[in-house]
Design a protein around this ligand. Sequence first.
Ligand code: NAP
Length: 282
Amino acid sequence: MSEIMPAACVIGHPIAHSRSPMIHGYWLNQLGLKGHYNREDVLPENFAEFVRSLRDHGYVGCNVTLPHKEAAFRLLDRASARAQHLQVANTLWFEGDVLCGDNTDVEGFIANLDDRAPHWDTHLKKAVILGAGGAAASIIVGLQERGATDIRLVNRTIEKAEILAHRFGPTVHPTPWSDLHQSLTDADILVNTTSLGMKGQAELDIDLDPLPRKALVTDIVYVPLETGLLRQAKQRGNPIVDGLGMLLFQAVPGFEHWFGQRPTVTKELRSLIEDHIRGVTP
Ligand code: NAP
């Protein structure tokens, strides 16, 4: 009789460029576990049905990416506290017949900073976040969990920043792009969550002059690994952290749920994905 191997997948549309199969494939191999991790391209109109029949497709759980993260949350029987707070889920698994879900982007963002800039939050008070899209919500929650009391949410479309400020409370201050310069004064951390600076997009062109040189600068864009913002910040002496670790650490909880062992974000894994981003490996 053939052995049944646990399988998980990432569901999105489009999904061809997802690096999640490389990450989970590396861990399966490194830990000597039998299992599979696939890509599933599912249209929005078919998503609910696909998730309801996840087990019939042979899956013990899945990651969910754009454009399905809100829909995934609505399908859960049991949501983690973070998923409830954000109304978004990116990691699904079963406990018995109960479909459970979490939002692991918060954990990914925080774990990356803990790993690359230990003690970054020791004196954390003021944060500046650029962007108010889907990813910004997770970054707000992560910074609030680590003690930020003054979060300037700078966005081109101010209405979107106002909606997030309303959802996440009085520590979040919607800020028009024209006020960015003065917002940087006294900041402890600057986070780019816009798509600016990403390969194929316009550069993020800002004047960092008012930013204290001890402020941590991080970009969740990770293609390229060193964005223009990070290069500029490094040149003036600020500590920097790139966004690749967020992608790697957000994958950890899902793997543990599906395959039963907590994996490690190793230097080897990072190098593997770095090479892929640089186009060294196909
Ligand atoms: P999104 O929901 O589409 O939000 C995009 C944000 O970028 C919005 O705030 C948008 O402002 C802003 N923006 C886009 N073009 C702009 C321009 N020309 N000028 C000024 N602002 C502009 O995207 P998302 O899901 O939040 O993702 C944002 C980025 O984070 C993407 O590059 C994504 O790959 C990356 N990301 C990385 C990780 C990781 O693990 N490292 C995780 C999630 C996302 P408006 O509101 O004015 O349109």
